[in-house]
Write a protein that binds this ligand. Structure first.
Ligand SMILES: Cc1ncc(COP(=O)(O)O)c(C=O)c1O
Length: 394
C-alpha cells in the first residue's frame, strides 16, 4: 500500500461530490462556487500527507484507516444498543484485546480523544478516592485538558514543577504529597510540547505511601507500547489505574479516536434508561459505533503490531536524523525526545515564521524560552525534506 491509495480516494471522492453538485438544483454560479470549494478542500486535505508536515500531532491518515472510515460512514450502528450490533461489539472487543495487554490494563472503552480520556479517568478517580480529598497533582507540562477536566469535576489541580527534561520533579511531587495527600496523580507519557516521559516507576513507588488514583496521560506517547525495547512498557503502564492513548495522534487514525483503559470494570449506570434493553456503563461517551472503531480495527487487523511498529520506527528514525542534522550546524541546538518530538533553536538572526505559517514547524516554550518544534507524528514526514526547508537559514 502506498500514498497512491489516498490520492485515488481524494480523486474519486471529489468526482463523486461534483456529480451530486452538478445534478443539484443550484444555479450555475453556485455550482461552480461549491465545486471550487470542494477542490480547495481536497487540496488542503493533502497537506498532512506531505513529507514536510511536522507542525503538529495531526498525521497523514493511514490508507486503511481512511477505507475503514468510509465503511463506517455507511454503518450507523450505535453501541448504546449492543445487542443490535454484535458485529460492532466483536470489533470493539478485538481492539481492546489487542491494546489492553500492551498497556498493562484489563478493560477499556473508546473515547473522542485525549481530553475526553483525561476527563473520564478523573471522573472514575473521583468516584473511588474523592470522598476525603479533591486534590490532583500533575506536572506543569501536563496537557491543558487535565486542568479543564479538574475544573469540570470540581477538583483542585496543583501543578508540580518539572525538571530540566520537562518531566515531573519527583522531589517536588513527594513534598506536595507529604503536605496534602492527593485524590489522583496524572503522569504524562509524552508531554505535548517536547514529548518527554514522566518517571512512572518513581511515581508508583511514591504512591505506595499515598494511596490514590494514578492516571497516565499517554495520549501522545502510548504508541511506544507497540515497539520492542520500548522505554514505555506494559509493566510500567500496568502500575496505573487508568491510561489514555490517542491513535489519532501517532497511528494515522482519523479524529476523534482515543482509548481509555483501566484495571477495574466500570459499573453500569443506575440512572433510568428505560428505552435501552441493557443499561450502559457509567462512562463519558454516549452514542458511538463504527466511526470510532472501524478505522483502527481495519488498521490493526491488516498491519498487526509488527506492521504498525515498522511505521512507527520510521517516524522515530526520521526524528533522530533531523535532530542530528540540526545539531551538526554551528549555532543550532536540538533536543530530541524518544517519542519523536524535536525542539530546536536557531542562531538569533533567524526567524522561521514563514515555515511556521506553512505548518512545517510549530513553536513552544521550554523553561520559559521560546523554541521551534518538529513533530514526527506522520509516517510520511521526512527529515531530509525538513532540512531542505531550513537550507536558506543554515
Ligand atoms: C499529552 C496530551 N494529552 C491530551 C491531549 C488532548 O488530546 P485531544 O486533542 O485528542 O483531546 C493532547 C493533545 O495534544 C496531548 O498531547
Amino acid at each position: 500500500m502506498s500514498g497512491e491509495t489516498v490520492n485515488l480516494l481524494f480523486t474519486e471522492l471529489r468526482n463523486l461530490i461534483n456529480q451530486y453538485i452538478n445534478y443539484s438544483d443550484l444555479d450555475t454560479d453556485k455550482r461552480q462556487q461549491l465545486s471550487a470549494h470542494i477542490d480547495s478542500m481536497t487540496l488542503a486535505a493533502q497537506r498532512h500527507v506531505q513529507p514536510n508536515w511536522a507542525g503538529h500531532m495531526t498525521p497523514a491518515v493511514n490508507e486503511l484507516a481512511a477505507l475503514g472510515q468510509l465503511l463506517a460512514a455507511l454503518h450507523h450502528g450505535n453501541l448504546l444498543s449492543p445487542e443490535l450490533y454484535p458485529e460492532l461489539t466483536m470489533i470493539e472487543d478485538d481492539i481492546f484485546d489487542f491494546f489492553c495487554p500492551l498497556f498493562g490494563q484489563k478493560f477499556g472503552h473508546a473515547t473522542h480523544g485525549g481530553s475526553y480520556g483525561n476527563l473520564d479517568a478523573l471522573w472514575q478517580a473521583r468516584k473511588k478516592f474523592g470522598v476525603n480529598t479533591r486534590i490532583v497533582y500533575a506536572s506543569d507540562q501536563s496537557h491543558y485538558s487535565v486542568a479543564k477536566a479538574c475544573d469540570i469535576l470540581g477538583l483542585q489541580l496543583q501543578l508540580i514543577p518539572s525538571n530540566a527534561f520537562q518531566q515531573i520533579d519527583i522531589d517536588a511531587l513527594t513534598l506536595a504529597c507529604n503536605k496534602q495527600p492527593p485524590m489522583a496523580i496524572v503522569a504524562t507519557s509524552g508531554t505535548t510540547s517536547s514529548g518527554q516521559l514522566d518517571d512512572i516507576i518513581a511515581i508508583n513507588k511514591l504512591i505506595q505511601d499515598f494511596p490514590c488514583w494514578l492516571h497516565i496521560d499517554a495520549a501522545w506517547a502510548g504508541f511506544l507500547s507497540l515497539l520492542d525495547n520500548s522505554p514505555l512498557t506494559a509493566s510500567q503502564l500496568g502500575h496505573a489505574d487508568s491510561v489514555c492513548f490517542d491513535p489519532h495522534k501517532s497511528l494515522g487514525q482519523p479524529r476523534p479516536w482515543g482509548l481509555l483503559m483501566y484495571q477495574q470494570p466500570i459499573k453500569t449506570t443506575t440512572a433510568p434508561t428505560h428505552y435501552l434493553t441493557q443499561p450502559p456503563r457509567e462512562v463519558l461517551p454516549g452514542s458511538y459505533g463504527a466511526e470510532l472503531l472501524l478505522p483502527l480495527w481495519l488498521t490493526i487487523k491488516t498491519l498487526g503490531k509488527t506492521g504498525l511498529a515498522k511505521q512507527l520506527q520510521t517516524q522515530l528514525e526520521q526524528a533522530r536524523e533531523f535532530a542530528e542534522a540540526i545539531n551538526n550546524h554551528s549555532g543550532w541546538w536540538a533536543q530530541h525526545s524518544v517519542t519523536g518530538i524535536v525542539c530546536f533553536t536557531t542562531p538569533p538572526q533567524h526567524d522561521l515564521s514563514i515555515l511556521i505559517k506553512k505548518g512545517i514547524f510549530s513553536t513552544t516554550e521550554l523553561a520559559g524560552k521560546a523554541v521551534y518544534r518538529a513533530v514526527f507524528a506522520s509516517h510520511t514526514t521526512r527529515s531530509n525534506v525538513l532540512i531542505k526547508a531550513l537550507e536558506p537559514y543554515l
